[in-house]
Design a protein around this ligand. Structure first.
Ligand SMILES: [Zn+2]
Length: 337
């Protein structure tokens, strides 16, 4: 069966074949804030079942950087947001969420090679402990067991993660099911989530402790900072603000701000909402905690930018950038999505 995504990709190619999309973009002179997550080789992403929207291959990232510099300019995020700054060509700002170690290994050399300004939004508790975020920890451990030939064990353990009876299906791909269960677990209390994950790991016979080696160390953060990369906050624990109390939000914002400021000796002014999720009334708390900018993800250009605390960003990842026409149509906000 042909997927809807494949049809859209085909339509994008056909439009790109008939129309010079680069010229359209140059004429539109729009501004875009791009959001990346991981920069990793395709074989690693596929072996570890990294979520599609979470990664781009280094060579694809490099090609995209070159293309942006060819049709426009990549500028620091403060400049792209400055209304006094007029542009004669498309402008791009580059941002990364979470603080993945691969940003140091694969993205930094490309950013340096092409002198690209960028900002990385850190989850400070993860940098402190060096432990992987719980959603990726669940999926990675699941995939490792599958890769090791332990699929029956995974299928036997998975019901521990499943919130609604009847949602577990032994016929379905276990890694996809784990991903879906993780998504549902983002919206339950911390206690319930921790209990379920502990029970799952128990049944699976894997370590309870999250995997090390996936997030940046403070030493790498400092090296990147010395190389000109900016850093912002992505909360202390990657807490989803939409379902947090004002007290919890303030604690997350202050703690992450203080930790980054103490390490890098600079004020922390930029923040990115975890899971691209927010209530819409965080403005006051952000301002009170000294932040000047808040970044969301909604795949819109800065044409829609009205509030410094809800700045639109366009997510960029391997499977949509692989087909450049598809990505260009996204930038042109053609309703193909
Ligand atoms: Zn995040």
């Amino acid at each position: 069966m042909i997927s809807a995504f494949a049809i859209k990709q085909f339509v994008a190619r056909a439009i790109g074949f008939c129309t010079n999309l680069d010229k359209c973009l140059i004429r539109a002179r729009q501004c875009y804030v791009l959001c990346y997550h991981r920069v990793i080789p395709a074989n690693v992403a596929r072996t570890e079942h990294v979520h599609d929207a979470m990664w781009i291959a280094p060579e694809t990232f490099e090609a995209q950087v070159c293309w942006m510099q060819q049709i426009g300019e990549i500028v620091p995020y403060e400049r792209i947001l400055d209304p006094r700054f007029k542009n004669d060509w498309p402008l791009f700002a580059v941002t990364f969420d979470d603080g993945w170690k691969d940003n140091y290994r694969y993205a930094l050399p490309i950013l340096q090679k092409y002198k690209v300004p960028a900002i990385i939004f850190l989850v400070t508790s993860a940098i402190d402990t060096g432990e992987l975020f719980w959603p990726e920890d669940v999926v990675t451990k699941t995939q490792r067991e599958i890769n090791a030939g332990n699929r029956p064990k995974v299928l036997a353990a998975l019901p521990a993660l499943c919130l609604k009876e009847g949602n577990f299906n032994a016929e379905q791909q276990p890694a996809h099911q784990a991903e879906a269960f993780v998504e549902a677990l983002k919206w339950v209390s911390d206690g319930e989530r921790k209990r379920r994950i502990a029970a799952y790991y128990d049944r699976l016979g894997v370590e309870q402790k999250p995997l090390p080696g996936y997030v940046l160390s403070w030493d790498e953060v400092c090296q990147m900072h010395a190389a000109g990369i900016a850093f912002g906050s992505h909360t202390h624990t990657h807490r989803i603000l939409k379902y947090s109390s004002p007290v919890e939000i303030e604690e997350e914002l202050k703690r992450s701000r203080d930790i980054i400021a103490a390490r890098l000796h600079v004020p922390v002014q930029a923040f990115a909402y975890p899971n691209a999720s927010y209530k819409g009334n965080e403005r006051e708390i952000l301002a009170r905690c000294g932040y000047r900018y808040g970044f969301r993800i909604d795949n819109l250009s800065l044409r829609h930018y009205t509030d410094p605390y809800y700045i639109p960003r366009i997510i960029s990842y391997e499977s949509i950038v692989q087909n450049p026409d598809y990505f260009k149509l996204r930038l042109l906000e053609v309703p193909l999505y």
